[in-house]
Ligand binder design. Structure first.
Ligand SMILES: Cc1cc2nc3c(=O)[nH]c(=O)nc-3n(C[C@H](O)[C@H](O)[C@H](O)COP(=O)(O)OP(=O)(O)OC[C@H]3O[C@@H](n4cnc5c(N)ncnc54)[C@H](O)[C@@H]3O)c2cc1C
Length: 381
């Protein structure tokens, strides 16, 4: 692994930080309070090319390597204070687009991936149900073949973008008797009769990205809506989880860097008892721990991205990255609140929001428990 950035990569990083600071700055504290998604900021990201960073140039993307794309997502997180926005960009890029690029027909790629890159179409990823989450393959949504069509019935919950998505990748059982081997994925347009997106549901963090339920009631789609072949749903899910798990948290590295810098400044400038609070070892060690977690998380994510780019196995590394980065972000956010004292507990400072946003990372894309199960399994247990 060679993590020495080229001058071009360095320049891109600086450009993205500048773009994020200048173009993605708004009153995120108010939008977080009100749970408002910034469609205009999403559009700016699309026009800047963010959604096409890891997509080949002949398909309308920038063709950047996985490592470069991850590093630029880090830059975005460093410059942009809207964690919901950067999370959703990553989920779109590594979850929705990668599944379509790998398994989609030429028509699906042309329509949905190009639409996503250009910011015209928002895609949802519908796996989780009320009675299946960690055990995703136990889903109960069905898709019954009817001539050249499938009729889908079921309900998906906790789906990022569900209330506003233009289309969703929906997982359903086409052969319920066959268990995981009988699952299939469909790309369903949101205006298909029988597809209902429910209103935005309130949540603890990442409040600037809407999520919620999708109901499918006798939702009739043509065979062309199948993603990959019939029965390839489990493979598609595992494939996109592999991408998302290892990379979706790249922006959080940038957030952790920014919060570290702000915490250092606070520890230097905030005086109590005549001294800067950073003179107390209790405070300075919190800063040291924040730096330690950040550097570890960064190396783990770069390693995962590099292995992915090289086409080498990285299941173990991706699961470790997901656990460590999500939990480190939460721990370092707690440390930052402690350093800022009562002011850090106030919403307007924006410090407490990091903690609320961080918790989501320990759940989406497979909980920390499930990631530990994966690691243990790969270690032979
Ligand atoms: C912000 C956010 C965005 C999301 N976006 C999407 C999306 O776009 N698409 C989508 O399909 N889903 C999405 N999800 C859902 C997410 O994938 C699930 O919440 C997650 O997989 C956990 O499933 P669950 O909520 O049903 O919890 P459960 O599976 O019911 O788990 C409950 C608890 O039991 C533990 N547990 C369960 N089984 C095991 C086990 N075998 N071993 C050890 N511990 C176990 C879990 O770790 C957890 O602590 C999102 C969730 C969040 C928070």
């Amino acid at each position: 692994m060679d993590f020495a950035w080229t001058p071009e990569q360095e320049q891109l990083f600086e450009d993205v930080v500048r773009f994020a600071r200048e173009e993605l700055a708004d009153d995120v504290v108010a939008r977080d309070r009100d749970g408002v998604f910034a469609a205009d900021l999403w559009g700016r990201c699309a026009r800047y090319g963010v959604l096409g960073w890891p997509v080949p140039e002949d398909l309308g993307g920038k063709g950047y390597s996985v490592l470069t794309s991850a590093r630029l997502m880090e830059a975005l997180g460093y410059g942009c204070r809207d964690n919901g926005l950067t999370f959703a960009l990553g989920a779109q890029m590594w979850g929705v687009q990668k599944a379509l690029l790998r398994f989609g027909s030429a028509a699906q790629v042309d329509r949905y991936v190009r639409g996503s890159i250009e910011g015209r179409l928002l895609g949802g990823y519908g796996m989780t149900e009320a009675s299946s989450g960690s055990d995703a393959f136990a889903l109960t949504t069905t898709a019954v073949r009817d001539g050249d069509h499938f009729v889908i019935n079921g309900e998906k919950v906790l789906i990022t973008f569900a209330p506003v998505a233009d289309f969703s990748i929906v997982f359903a059982a086409t052969d319920p008797e066959a268990g995981r081997w009988g699952l299939s994925a469909f790309v369903v347009d949101a205006d298909t009769p029988g597809y209902t997106a429910h209103p935005v549901e309130e949540k603890m963090g990442l409040r600037t990205v809407p999520f919620g339920r999708i109901s499918l009631r006798d939702c009739r789609v043509s065979r062309d809506a199948l993603l990959g072949g019939e029965g390839s749903g489990a493979g598609i899910f595992s494939f996109s989880q592999g991408w998302e798990r290892g990379l979706v948290m790249a922006p959080q590295l940038g957030v952790m860097q920014r919060v570290l810098e702000e915490s250092i400044a606070e520890a230097r400038n905030r005086r109590r008892g005549g001294n800067p609070i950073g003179k107390h070892q209790a405070v300075s060690h919190r800063i040291a721990n924040m730096k330690l977690r950040l550097d570890m998380a960064r190396l783990m994510l770069y390693r995962t991205a590099w292995l992915q780019e090289e086409g080498r196995p990285n299941l173990l590394e991706a699961a470790l990255t997901k656990i460590y980065l999500s939990e480190s972000f939460a721990e370092s956010s707690l440390d930052a609140i402690a350093i800022f004292g009562g002011a850090g507990y106030k919403t307007e400072a924006g410090v407490e929001r990091q903690l609320r946003d961080a918790i989501g990372g320990t759940i989406y894309g497979g909980t920390s428990d499930i990631q530990r199960n994966i690691v243990a399994g790969l270690l032979g247990l």
